[in-house]
Write a new protein. Sequence first.
Length: 440
Amino acid sequence: MPQSLRRWRFAASRLLIFGLFLVGFDSVYRCWWAAGNLNSSGSGAEVRGDPSSFVPSTLRSSGQKSLVPCRSTVGQLASGIPRNGGALHNEPTGGTDLDVNTVDLHRMYHDATVEYVAQNFDWVNEEGYALDVLLSDAERDQVWRASRARLFQWPSIEPQHMHDVRFGAQRPQRFVSRSADAAALGDPGDNVFVINLPRRPSKLRHVLHELHEAGISATVVDAIDGDVFTSQEDMTRLEVSTLPGYCGHQNTLPYLTSGQLGCFMSHFAIWHHMVENNIESALILEDDFDLQENFAQRFGQYLEEASAEDWNLLYLGRSPTEGDWRTVSEHIVEPGYTLWTVAYVIKLDVARTFVERHVEKELAPLDHYFSVAMGKGLDLHWNEQALEWAKYIPGILRGLAVTPPLVMPYAGSMVLSDTAMLRSGTKYMKDLPATDPEEG
């Protein structure tokens, strides 16, 4: 076979994997089209002041809202999102509406991501994204060793793994109005945590840009790096494991990846920190976030808008696989089966239950875990394993979502993902040797 043909076939296979990764927000379009409307290693350092050379933001929304039915009687287009199982509720798409701006933001993100890949085809095809260019080889080795040591301190977060970033105008920080009861409304205040891999300083640069532009103070937390797992023995030593008999479903990867495991453990570490420090609510962000226009002001307003609801999880960014189950108010909905954990507010009762139930011993990819814990997807429309997973996942989440999203991933960030099999450094956990070859 000619070398050029082999190269293009290899590139095509990589883009197929990439397409699987995009399928989450493609599902939003299916719902939209069904409506008949074709109308996007640290040292505890503290950061202050005006950072320079930050990556510019890319996706913004004003927050004005209108609704599009997920089912349509026009032209008999009532199928909505295709399902492979029965229905446990009366609405075949999970609900009646999706916010037009929610769909538009996902369309923008989809289009911008496809364009990014096309414009950087050789770089993507040759895995130029696998290593961060801001690190030298010696620094990468140093970071790997520090991350390996960090792994075995989990679930604790030591002071050297937390980095205070003060860009807010006030301390303590507050998002809701002065007359409102911040604690009762779930205002996280100073408890804003950003999960960042130390080997991804380019992402950290983007994080600092976003926080600075929005005037938000936060704590950057060194993530658990799935790359530093060297054997199955590491998982045994840390007492982390998948659900019994775990296998992926039709819309995800077949096996748990090292990135997915590191992601779950990184979030769990913050939940553990909440319990240890009696933190009533926290905003958790992943390091590929873009904050939408007037984020802080709108976030406070939406918390107040949700005041009548007894929620314990609030999505600020999400990728719906079905219509919303319920419209609570102008900007608050009860979502259906939802992908992404790029930004959410979580309350202490959830963190405590997850820690006390040792959910790390029966885990799954976090966004799917959350959806099943909300009791969503049990009609098997997206995850044919949901009913089986629900036997092991505590159904304790009372989830809401803001609409349109206040947070989206930045365009191009998906290429840098460590949870998908887009880079050779990410591996299936099942493929690791039983013991570390260098220690055996």
